[in-house]
Unconditional design. Structure first.
Length: 271
């Protein structure tokens, strides 16, 4: 049985390319490393399975929930290592032609999917030299989602969601927040750590931000700097550049004490 007052969390950072099989193999290896280091909860990055030059290649991989090689890989990893796994994101089928849901799934140690979140906020950015428009290939999700874990509620979120604090404020108040991401180097350098620490402080929650961190096909550069942040906004672990793992022990007794000393969640007004 896991310790309900303490856990070891891992944020996995990858530099995924355009080969699905190779990316899944790297994910298997890194989750195995995290498990060997004692991780109870592992978070993979957004798009861990594919970072192609043409975004439409991901849409071609979209499957219904429970189907396909990406889903099977995640379920098998959680069960094999007997851990909780946030499967970064994977492409799930959308009713809109030519589009997919960019979905984050929480798996339990039995390999069952415990929660599904479809990314609600679709990234758009144009600074004259870089342009991104996720809405061209993605359908937006409609529901905030949490999963029950032995340590309390885990709020699922993805990348650009970090800029929308109201997503994290819905009850139940999360004990843990997962944020798989593929922040661009431009936006990540300016805002990534700031946003992760702000969401931790807002919610007096532990935040696990797992990023892509390197150069991908077509020259796209992601920021990396995967972080694990405590409810006081203190960075517990980080992995700056390239592939690797940020690992930290999360003390839920400290979280409870911080929430007692600063009962901001109770002081929040909804009127």
């Amino acid at each position: 049985m896991p310790n309900s007052q303490q856990l070891t969390a891992a944020a996995i950072q990858m530099v995924s390319g355009d080969d699905l099989s190779a990316n899944l193999e790297r994910a298997r290896a890194l989750v195995g490393e995290a498990a060997a280091a004692g991780a109870d909860l592992v978070v993979l990055p957004e798009y861990f399975y594919l970072m192609p030059e043409d975004e439409r290649e991901r849409v071609a991989l979209a499957r219904p929930l429970g189907d396909g090689p990406i889903y099977r890989c995640l379920a098998q990893l959680a069960e094999r290592h007997r851990l909780w796994l946030v499967g970064g994101t994977l492409p799930l089928a959308s009713p809109e032609p030519g589009k997919m849901f960019n979905s984050s799934l929480l798996f339990g140690p039995d390999g069952r999917c415990r929660a599904r979140y479809d990314k609600m906020h679709l990234f758009g950015f144009d600074n004259g030299s870089e342009r991104y428009d996720e809405a061209a290939t993605m359908s937006a999700g409609e529901q905030v989602a949490s999963g029950d874990t032995p340590w309390g509620p885990l709020r699922l979120s993805v990348c650009y969601d970090l800029r929308f604090p109201e997503l994290y404020r819905q009850r139940p108040a999360p004990t843990l927040i997962s944020a798989p991401a593929a922040f661009t180097h431009t936006t990540g350098e300016a805002h990534w750590e700031l946003l992760l620490r702000a969401r931790a402080v807002d919610n007096l929650a532990f935040v696990i931000g797992a990023g892509q961190g390197g150069v991908h096909p077509g020259g796209k550069r992601t920021f990396g700097h995967s972080l694990i942040v405590d409810p006081w906004g203190t960075v517990l672990a980080r992995h700056d550049d390239g592939e690797g793992i940020a690992l930290a022990t999360l003390d839920l007794n400290r979280q409870a004490e911080l929430r007692r000393r600063l009962p901001a969640l109770q002081h929040r007004r909804l009127d």
